[in-house]
Design a protein around this ligand. Structure first.
Ligand code: SF4
Ligand code: SF4
Length: 391
């Protein structure tokens, strides 16, 4: 969805909580591995679900910079939270996966390639910003001369049930990034949860033929005008309620013109280089590959796992890392997200989900840091460097 593209007029059907359960049952019966929101470890966690009963009924999340708490709602909303630390990335590109295993034989080796699980995913409760993040990762992993076979196998056949946001989370700014709060495309079905004097119900919109087939004969009724208006108002309210904004006009040029801005050093004084921001970000995609052998030297595993541009050795080449300082690493991360990504993939790498703000232990806020660079005059570039002597 481009920021200026008008969302199509709504039409759809109304289902209730039992109708949602019927949808989960159908997807399971059709062989999907159904993943949806649950409550675990004090957070909203995406996990396997078979019942509405395990969803975060009556829970919301209180989020701000370096703050995340679950809290009880005054109603029994199932999707009454924003986003948790997980994103769908962990299913399409798992944090760690074995690529192959080699076993020593009397003569030579046998190599077993580790298969990707064959059941297609059904994702329940994908936010508009997360749909955008999936489409960005599709661009990274599927387009270009070297598509990622494992990502392609996981992505192929995935069934997506989006949920339009009716409240803004504390750190969201998807409206600034043109990626939400309403899902425009990239889904099979989209839900808008409505709770008012007319009861607790879901406006269900169909996005694809597969979505249409999945709701044939589902217990439902036609959406009345009141429900359509309520859904429209709810997503508009979510957009208007976003406390954070990102001024995107000219941002790419601004960041690329300011590699020596003093604010990078100011952020570096707070940044712990813990990598949390990259681990929670739904669009980050960097990984590394490591080999492990057992002590007897009989078996070896090749494992791929997430990496981060905040890790000290991420940019190591002969002679040491290219980005040894936290200043250089934060600048790399934020400039890549908001500027170089556009050169590389023709789209911003940020969807405004706010996770990096919530889960940064020192509350570094990408919206605030971008605004600071825009506001403060840059220093002359000549002779600049950081406390580690890195550019
Ligand atoms: S950079 Fe931050 S706000 Fe943007 S998509 Fe990543 S985690 Fe979300
Ligand atoms: S910006 Fe925050 S979350 Fe990211 S590495 Fe620095 S301290 Fe960690």
């Amino acid at each position: 969805m481009s920021p200026s593209a008008p969302a199509p007029a709504r039409k759809g059907m109304i289902i209730d909580r039992d109708g949602l359960q019927s949808l989960l049952d159908r997807l399971s019966a059709r062989g999907f591995d159904v993943i949806g929101p649950t409550v675990r470890d004090g957070a909203i966690i995406y996990d396997r679900i078979s019942s509405v009963d395990v969803m975060p009924e009556g829970w919301t999340d209180d989020q701000d910079a370096a703050r995340y708490r679950l809290a009880r709602r005054s109603d029994m909303a199932l999707f009454g939270y924003a986003v948790g630390p997980h994103s769908w990335r962990r299913f399409l590109q798992p944090p760690e996966e074995r690529l192959w295993q080699a076993t020593r034989q009397q003569v030579g080796l046998t190599i077993h390639t580790t298969a990707v699980p064959s059941a297609p995913y059904a994702f329940i409760g994908v936010r508009a910003c997360e749909l955008r993040a999936i489409s960005i990762q599709d661009r990274v992993f599927l387009e270009g001369p070297h598509p990622d076979r494992r990502y392609a196998e996981r992505r192929r056949g995935a069934f997506i049930v989006a949920v339009n946001c009716t409240e803004a989370g504390g750190t969201c700014f998807c409206a600034s990034m043109g990626s939400g709060p309403r899902a425009a495309d990239g889904f099979d079905l989209a839900l808008t949860e409505l709770i008012d004097a007319n009861g607790h119900r879901f406006l269900l919109e169909v996005g694809t033929d597969a979505g249409a087939a999945s709701v044939e004969d589902l217990p439902s009724r036609d959406a009345d005008a009141g429900a359509l208006v309520a859904a429209e108002e709810a997503t508009a309210r979510a957009a208007a309620g976003m406390r954070r904004k990102m001024a995107t006009a000219g941002l790419k040029e601004l960041l690329q013109a300011n590699p020596e801005h003093p604010h990078w050093s100011e952020v570096a004084e707070r940044c712990l280089a813990c990598a949390n921001c990259t681990l929670v970000c739904p669009t980050c995609f960097c990984s590394t590959v490591a080999d492990y052998t057992d002590l007897r030297g009989h078996e070896a595993d090749r494992v791929r796992r997430w990496d981060s541009c905040f890790a000290a050795d991420f940019s190591s080449i002969h002679g040491g890392p290219v980005r040894a300082s936290r200043r250089a690493r934060y600048r790399q991360w934020m400039s890549h997200k908001l500027a170089h990504w556009i050169d590389q993939f023709d789209i911003s790498g940020c969807v405004g989900c706010g996770r990096c703000i919530t889960w940064c232990p020192v509350g570094i806020d990408i919206t605030v840091e971008a605004a600071a660079i825009r506001a403060a005059p840059p220093r002359p570039a000549a002779g600049e460097g950081d406390d580690d002597g890195n550019a």
